[in-house]
Design a protein around this ligand. Structure first.
Ligand SMILES: [Fe+2]
Length: 215
């Protein structure tokens, strides 16, 4: 193996990897727009899909500024992250949990991109490719903003809603478990379990209230 490749080659290689990653993201985002249940999450994915098209065009400008052929190189890292996102879409989660998982998956994508663009910008700067650096910086800013928007969506209700559904699931499971233990159909012990659950929830509220009071 030749050992004379330089940072310039590594930079071009990384650009091709990122060019391919963005194209994989376009395909994945189209599916994520369809899979999202919350209208705000759907809108956020749709906006980022548009941005990603512009990011691909920006990378084409970067290649042109360097007099390099526009070419992608399969990005294994992004393929892995997207495969995980796809398994969420195919899984049997309730709607709210699917949304919480989609946000988590999308943030993995963003963090990978933030790391990639961060390195590309640093290398463009040391190599003296000012135009490339400035184009890549625009994209990095968009990725960071998307990540922040996703955090706001998760904290602003999506995770909470999913946790609410988790509570309902607990109730169903404990009803089923109690029935099985007594050898009776679930409906006959449902009331008892609901009572116990209410007490559990009241305890939780009490605790949360105390925690809030301490702050
Ligand atoms: Fe991107």
């Amino acid at each position: 193996m030749a050992k004379d490749e330089t940072l310039r080659e590594a930079f071009i290689d990384e650009l091709r990897d990122t060019f391919d990653a963005e194209q994989q993201i376009i395909k994945a985002l189209r599916k994520m727009v369809k899979a999202a249940n919350s209208a705000t999450l759907r809108a956020a994915f749709a906006t980022h899909l548009e941005e990603t098209h512009a990011q691909v065009a920006r990378l084409e400008q970067v290649f042109a500024s360097l007099d390099e052929k526009i070419r992608g190189k399969h990005c294994d890292g992004m393929a892995g992250i997207i495969a995980e996102a796809k398994s969420i879409i195919d899984a049997d989660f309730d709607d709210a949990t699917t949304d919480a998982c989609l946000v988590a998956a999308a943030q993995r994508v963003e963090h990978y991109e933030i790391a990639a663009y961060g390195a590309l910008i640093a290398w463009a700067n040391v190599l003296g490719h000012r135009e490339a650096a400035s184009l890549l910086e625009q994209t990095l800013e968009e990725e960071k903003e998307t990540d922040e928007k996703l955090t706001a969506l998760a904290d602003g209700g999506i995770n909470q809603e999913a946790a609410g559904n988790a509570d309902r699931d607990d109730e169903t499971t404990s009803t089923r478990d109690a029935a099985a233990a007594k050898g009776r159909p679930a409906a006959s012990v449902g009331k008892k379990v609901k009572k116990a659950d209410k007490a559990k929830k009241a305890e939780k509220v009490k605790k949360t209230g105390k925690a809030k009071g301490r702050r």
